[in-house]
Design a protein around this ligand. Structure first.
Ligand code: 5GP
Ligand code: MN
Length: 325
């Protein structure tokens, strides 16, 4: 049996961060508010104590996250003069491959993996995985507090963005009393909750709402009403005038249908079929996604299906049935 890599303690991670002077915060492809907010929040806090910080992200900053501080510095390029001992901090990703293919190879001794996913592959030299935390930003908050660093207003806005993204605006079941206490503290530190809400949960483009209409019209209810799925393809994107960023909320509307235990959105564009899965609490969709090379959380997971839309629909239904749907 392969021995599992040991998780790092808060003290070990704090000591490593103190020892280093340069950092690269790495966010995952198709970034969300948690991966980006965690990197920015940690980066801004470390810059305030004189550390050098860069932000690597393969994809552009999504429109609805451009309000976050420091997003002008997020890039898929690394500076030529990056010191050889810069620490690469991977945030919110269960495997290093989620950083995308533009990230140059990083020596393992220069990697810190901060995450809250079930089934994180522990690919870092240090693996700081708190899977009871609602967001990666919450893990960053634990670190900043252990380091005794000031939570300034910009840092607080980044970290509250992480929490609000991953709790669906304090709706999902990961919204514990502790999450609400941390969030209150972040608001007291100056986090702009109104701006976060406005950017992430309101301010929808008209094209996104039209796309939601098309996707809901195509939705199918199966398994005696326990499974609801739909898809978005190039034609629907074109007809709504929308793009991939406009698909984010759709799957939550499927999950919200009464009696539904699992929901799936099949995103059939950009040359691949990406699948978003959501659970109402009985089915572990992280385990389901993991059987098809994906991952995530008990209640929310994703994967890229190796096949066309029709195969993906059949394969995911089968995987859900095997998981007890
Ligand atoms: P979403 O449906 O919002 O894209 O993803 C839901 C959750 O599943 C997120 O926590 C995300 O990190 C995870 N996830 C999405 N796609 C993948 C994937 O291809 N691989 C892995 N390991 N996790 C994914
Ligand atoms: Mn997350």
């Amino acid at each position: 049996m392969i021995e599992e890599v040991r998780l790092a303690t808060t003290e070990e991670v704090v000591a490593e961060i103190r020892r280093r002077s340069s950092f690269v915060m790495v966010s995952h492809v198709k970034p969300d508010g948690d991966t980006l907010g965690a990197g920015l929040g940690l980066g801004i806090a470390l810059k305030a104590i004189g550390k050098r910080v860069h932000y690597f992200q393969q994809d552009p900053v999504p429109r609805n996250l451009r309000f976050l501080p420091d997003t002008d510095f997020v890039s898929r390029e690394l500076p030529a003069d990056l010191p050889g001992d810069a620490l690469f901090v991977f945030g919110d990703m269960s495997s290093a491959s989620r950083a995308g293919e533009y990230l140059p190879p990083v020596e393992r001794k220069n990697t810190l993996n901060i995450d809250h996913h079930l089934g994180n592959e522990r690919f870092g030299e240090l693996n700081y995985i708190l899977d009871s935390e609602a967001s990666t930003g919450s893990c960053v908050l634990v670190l900043l507090q252990a380091m005794g660093l000031a939570i300034t207003a910009p840092v607080a806005t980044c970290l509250l963005t992480c929490i609000m993204t991953d709790t669906g605006g304090f709706i999902h079941s990961n919204t514990t009393p502790s999450v609400l206490r941390s969030s209150a503290m972040l608001m007291e530190a100056g986090a702009d909750k109104v701006e976060i809400t406005e950017n992430i949960f309101a301010n929808k483009r008209f094209a996104a709402q039209r796309l939601l209409g098309l996707a809901l019209s195509a939705a199918v209810l199966e398994e005696d009403g326990r499974y609801c799925w739909t898809y978005v393809d190039d034609g629907m994107l074109r007809s709504a005038g929308a793009d991939g960023e406009d698909t984010e909320e759709i799957v939550n509307h499927l999950r919200a249908v009464e009696g539904v235990e699992a929901a799936a959105l099949f995103k059939d564009f950009d040359g691949a079929v990406r699948v978003s899965l959501r659970s109402s609490g009985r089915i572990n969709v992280q385990a389901v996604a993991a059987t098809i090379g994906g991952g995530g959380h008990f209640m929310a997971s994703g994967l890229t299906y190796p096949g066309d839309l029709q195969a993906a629909v059949a394969g995911v239904r089968e995987a859900l049935r095997n998981a007890g749907l």
